[in-house]
Design a protein around this ligand. Structure first.
Ligand SMILES: [Zn+2]
Ligand SMILES: [Zn+2]
Length: 271
């Protein structure tokens, strides 16, 4: 492919980033990205209390304001799109219409980071036995996300492996142990016209892509065609990292196109 695409990255509109919008755009451009969708966190739940998180109601508007304020400074040969990483909507399905339907949004990632039982995956202590329990919960909840109709692409399937690995526990999702449920999840996404991303943040930290290659191959073999590439960068120094490898992995897994979203509709560009 002639250039890099990134449809998952963050700016200081996200609570966990301090990067300015323009810095992220310019860093991505300098690293070779020519199609960039900013997808700031739109978290419906406060990860500390599991209560409703009202600032989620402002994220799409802030995305539009940042886009318009920086439009003149975007390089002419770069496309920038407006997205959100809309998370934990299974806790608050009543917000679905309000949060996912602003007409200026180009792209909505369907995302999930918090369990009802134990809170945020980021905060947990991992053991092999607990991981098996967590994967059951993860797949149960992800299936619930997949059955909702608010998003275009499901974000970072299997990313919880990162937190386990950081604590020395290598127990990710695998087709050998969770194949039936993963296949059911992927079939649901395909039937509902949703895609998946290859999230390259795990390529940067040695965990491999999310989802793993075997899951990407399964998605392809089941007829999945909609796939996007995302760095999930939260800092300019991570801009575009892992994207070239991610696009190469997609080719190795048999994909011939990457989907680029404008106003919630994909166009397909050869990989
Ligand atoms: Zn996420
Ligand atoms: Zn993200």
């Amino acid at each position: 492919m002639a250039f890099l695409t990134d449809q998952h990255c963050h700016t200081d509109i996200s609570l966990d980033s301090t990067a300015s919008y323009l810095d992220m755009v310019q860093a991505a451009y300098a690293a070779g990205v020519r199609w960039l969708c900013i997808t700031d966190h739109c978290d419906t739940v406060d990860w500390r209390t599991l209560e409703l998180y009202p600032p989620c109601r402002d994220v799409a508007r802030r995305e539009l304001e940042a886009y318009e304020a920086n439009l003149d400074r975007v390089p002419k040969d770069m496309t920038v799109r407006m997205g959100v990483e809309l998370a934990e909507l299974i806790f608050h399905p009543e917000l679905k219409e309000e949060l996912s339907s602003p007409p200026w949004l180009d792209f909505v990632l369907g995302s999930y980071h918090i369990t009802r039982e134990y809170g945020d995956y980021h905060e947990l202590t991992y053991t092999p036995a607990f991981c098996e329990k967590l994967w059951d919960i993860y797949l149960r909840d992800l299936q619930q996300v997949a059955e909702m109709d608010y998003f275009d692409v499901m974000a970072h399937i299997g990313y919880v492996r990162r937190y386990a690995m950081a604590q020395g526990v290598d127990a990710g999702l695998s087709l050998a142990r969770h194949g039936d449920r993963i296949e059911h999840l992927l079939r649901t996404l395909i039937q509902n016209g949703r895609g998946i991303e290859i999230n390259c943040s795990g390529i940067r930290d040695g965990c491999g892509p999310f989802p793993s290659e075997e899951i990407l191959r399964l998605y392809k073999s089941l007829g999945g065609e909609i796939v996007t590439v995302g760095s999930d960068a939260h800092r300019p120094q991570d801009a575009a990292k892992g994207l070239a490898r991610g696009q190469q992995i997609l080719r190795e897994c048999g994909f011939r196109y990457v989907a680029l979203f404008t106003k919630r509709k994909p166009q397909f560009m050869p990989l």
